[in-house]
Design a protein around this ligand. Structure first.
Ligand SMILES: Nc1ncnc2c1ncn2[C@@H]1O[C@H](COP(=O)(O)OP(=O)(O)OP(=O)(O)O)[C@@H](O)[C@H]1O
Length: 259
């Protein structure tokens, strides 16, 4: 027997953390003299759900476009997975193609249609597969856009304020849907949002971007659905980073009016 096997106290090394699927090191981006991303560092682990908050003009969309590799490549230290998909605020469906054809767009092989149909069924649109995009409601169009992203089984799913244009009830349904799909498929997911509540309800980690830098990072360790007790302080912290003082009299007054 070897020495190691005889020892009653074997030291089992911690498993190495998984390699991030996204890694940005010291990434900057400027438009003319305006610096929009400023020496930014960001890692996202496989299967992690990250929310990105930021005031208007803080650089969220620019960061998302960098992660989607939509802008011309630059000589920067950026690692991205090969398979990525993006869902925007507007569904961007081609109006001259039926819903299932929009989802199947770019898929190769005979199984393109069955794959598209399966994805549409997953998002609750089995009854609308042959519809024209212009006949869909806003929520249905976003479901189709999510199906189009998911059918590619991306390692990285980017959501750019996908619920911003939806009414409150539809938004809640979409939250539940995105969470269920993320749990089933487990892509790394970056959700850009203005909505602190949305970020806290859905994400594992919430980042705040300000003037092209990540100025706050909060991990949500409590399981989703049982976060009620811990969210108040966190909400206040995140809102402060977004320039809203929840301790201020004006905010207290606002809360009272909504009570
Ligand atoms: N193609 C471009 N050319 C010039 N300036 C740009 C371009 N794209 C973005 N900007 C500028 O970069 C800054 C950040 O824009 P970005 O769209 O990334 O912000 P954002 O946080 O997504 O804002 P919002 O929440 O309002 O969508 C803004 O000042 C914007 O005017």
């Amino acid at each position: 027997m070897t020495e190691a096997l005889r020892s009653p106290l074997q030291i089992v090394p911690d498993p190495l953390p998984p390699e991030p699927v996204v890694r940005l090191r010291d990434v900057s981006r400027a438009f003319g003299a305006t610096v929009v991303l400023d020496s930014l560092n960001l890692s996202i682990a496989p299967g992690e759900f990250v929310a990105l908050l930021g005031r208007s003009g803080s650089g969220k969309t620019t960061l998302l476009r960098t992660l989607a590799a939509l802008d011309p490549p630059q000589a920067q230290d950026i690692r991205l997975p090969g398979s990525r998909a993006t869902v925007f605020q507007d569904a961007r469906l081609l109006p001259w193609k039926r819903v299932w054809q929009n989802v199947a767009l770019g898929l190769r092989g005979r199984d393109a249609r069955p794959r598209a149909l399966a994805a549409l069924e997953e998002v609750g649109l089995a009854h609308r597969v042959d519809a024209w995009p212009l006949t869909l409601s806003g929520g249905e169009a976003q479901r189709a856009a999510i199906a189009r992203a998911l059918v590619r089984e991306p390692e990285l799913l980017l959501l750019d304020e996908p619920f911003a244009a939806l009414d409150a009830l539809t938004r809640m349904k979409m939250h539940a849907l995105v969470l269920a799909l993320w749990q089933r498929h487990r892509p790394a997911l970056l959700l850009v949002t203005h909505d602190v509540e949305e970020a806290m309800a859905l994400a594992d980690r919430v980042l705040v971007l300000d003037r092209g830098r990540i100025v706050a990072e909060e991990r949500l360790l409590a399981p989703r659905g049982s976060r009620g007790a811990i969210v108040r302080d966190l909400r206040a912290t995140l809102l402060r980073h977004l320039g809203i003082d929840v301790g201020g009299a004006a905010y207290a007054d606002l809360l009272e009016r909504h009570a």
